[in-house]
Design a protein around this ligand. Structure first.
Ligand SMILES: CC(C)(COP(=O)(O)OP(=O)(O)OC[C@H]1O[C@@H](n2cnc3c(N)ncnc32)[C@H](O)[C@@H]1OP(=O)(O)O)[C@@H](O)C(=O)NCCC(=O)NCCS
Length: 145
């Protein structure tokens, strides 16, 4: 596989538009929802990381400040044709390293039940009962970094 670059992107950029399209295709359309119906005005407060092969965004994650020690990871997605090839792991590793650099000591995320195994392999622990978000089952998962 061609090498992957993981870089921060700004809202309003061409890369952000590609991140939007990826989120829509991977995280919303399959569950019958659309980002067009959501208020995305807080996106600009997040650190947005895009995994790119050449000019093409193939993965993303968004990092949201919760408090001085805790950062929330959200909107983790990998393009369908590249899933299962290690891209998700690369994105999570980069996001954790950046969070640590910024002084955070804990990551929290809402894992879809179907993705919980992916996060547990990376050292995340389930810390909540199953709950519903965007109409589907999730767990709160956490990791000290
Ligand atoms: C979940 C997702 C982000 C994982 O990214 P990925 O690039 O496919 O994952 P990787 O190839 O880096 O996999 C890393 C490990 O996790 C495992 N894994 C990946 N997705 C998994 C899943 N859904 N369930 C169980 N295990 C999974 C892989 O088998 C691999 O295991 P290994 O290290 O033992 O070989 C990606 O598949 C995706 O975008 N899925 C659809 C959207 C989604 O569910 N996003 C998360 C919302 S909380």
């Amino acid at each position: 596989m061609e090498s992957i670059a993981i870089e921060e992107v700004q809202t309003g950029s061409a890369e952000y538009n590609q991140v939007y399209d990826l989120r829509e295709a991977i995280l919303r359309k399959p569950i019958g929802l659309s980002l067009a119906d959501e208020d995305l005005s807080a996106d600009k407060n997040d650190i947005i990381l895009a995994a790119q092969i050449g000019e093409k965004v193939v993965g993303c994650i968004m990092l949201q400040h919760k408090d001085a020690s805790t950062i929330k990871f959200r909107q983790m997605a990998v393009a369908e044709e590249l899933q299962g090839k290690g891209v998700g792991n690369e994105i999570m590793t980069a996001a954790e390293a950046l969070s640590k650099d910024k002084g955070y000591t804990k990551v929290v995320l809402h894992a879809r039940e179907t993705a919980a195994r992916f996060y547990s392999k990376l050292g995340y622990n389930i810390t909540s009962p199953l709950f519903t978000e965007v109409g589907i089952p999730h767990y709160v998962m956490e990791k000290d970094i």
